[in-house]
Design a protein around this ligand. Structure first.
Ligand SMILES: [Zn+2]
Length: 328
């Protein structure tokens, strides 16, 4: 059962978000029941990009249910730790309130609680975004609207079929996947590594740089459509930055040289006319959940989330033909 926490008194004067996310009270914990497990290309993207990296590879709908329950527990635990370390998840009107009981993805469950919209870390909201990226890419490349969904009853132990079958689409575009990775130290060289102010200065300057470069990187490549997402995780020696791009070009034209320019920290893949499966795999790679947010250093992760909340930086962008579905 959900009880409206806002009506509860706060005798100890603790912050509301802290009480809801951290206090070990079952009052604020929704117990979910599985209704069915969906299977579609969008569901596969969500599973491969988020669920499996955070739990384990699932062979059947039953295993997906079990992994979803495990992820609900892991996420609640992680949220409590991060709030304890200083993060105040108040993004959006109800973000902090709903974090613990964010509507699960991967398996359809009741009751239907509200999504928390903490998209930079909540695995369920992250997966919902991945599903949307798949739908945008599918419409941009193949002109297809979201496809049929197969539903499995709770506890179904049958192995999932290879892939939902549909006739192959027509594609007149080429797809380029680009991955750029780099590290950024927690403090500038020569500074005291434990100096809190020095660490904050570095983090804010990093977020400024990433926000500035968000549009420029794709604009320089003159793509017909593009999607870009940058993730930041707390690594052992510094911030781990990953920028991932999907770029779309006409098959009739040569690719710009700048797109294919190699570098040590860059991985580039080209698909001349991507099939549905190739597109699906590419979207999965681009939307892969940054796992260290869930298992990495909790103090640095809480600082990162708090800096992002104060800074209001957006690290995801869509361009050109990738916006076609929104206007369809
Ligand atoms: Zn959420």
């Amino acid at each position: 059962m959900i009880r409206d926490a806002r009506s509860a008194p706060s005798p100890d004067g603790l912050d509301l978000a802290y009480r809801i996310n951290v206090m070990p009270s079952s009052v604020y914990t929704v117990q979910y029941a599985v209704q069915h497990v969906p299977d579609s290309y969008a569901a596969r993207v969500q599973n491969f990009a988020v669920l499996y990296p955070l739990t384990k590879y699932c062979r059947s709908p039953w295993e997906i249910e079990q992994s979803t329950f495990q992820l609900i527990e892991d996420w609640r635990r992680r949220l409590a730790v991060l709030v304890h370390r200083g993060w105040q998840p108040s993004a959006g009107q109800h973000g902090g309130l709903n974090g613990r009981n964010c509507c699960p993805t991967f398996a359809y469950m009741l009751p239907r609680t509200r999504p928390c919209n903490l998209r930079s870390i909540c695995p369920f909201c992250y997966a919902r975004e991945a599903g949307k990226v798949w739908e945008m890419a599918q419409y941009a490349f193949h002109g297809e609207m979201p496809g049929p969904v197969q539903w499995y009853r709770p506890g179904c132990p049958d192995p999932l079929p290879p892939w939902p079958e549909r006739p192959p689409p027509v594609c007149r575009f080429q797809l380029v996947e680009r991955y750029i990775k780099f590290m950024y130290p927690y403090v500038a060289p020569g500074c005291d590594p434990n100096d809190q102010q020095a660490q904050d200065d570095v983090l804010f300057s990093l977020l400024d740089q990433l926000a500035d470069s968000r549009g420029k990187a794709v604009g320089a490549h003159k793509a017909y459509g593009a999607y870009q997402a940058t993730t930041i995780e707390a690594g052992r020696r510094g911030w781990r930055i990953r920028t991932r791009q999907l770029l779309m070009y006409s098959s009739a034209k040569d690719l710009p040289k700048s797109v294919l320019e190699p570098a040590a920290n860059r991985t580039i893949r080209v698909h001349p006319k991507p099939t549905r499966r190739e597109l699906c795999d590419a979207v999965t790679r681009v939307c892969r959940y940054p796992r260290l947010l869930m298992v990495g250093n909790p103090l640095q992760t809480a600082r990162l989330l708090e800096a992002r909340r104060l800074h209001r930086v957006r690290l995801v962008a869509t361009y050109g033909a990738f916006r076609g579905l929104a206007n369809a």
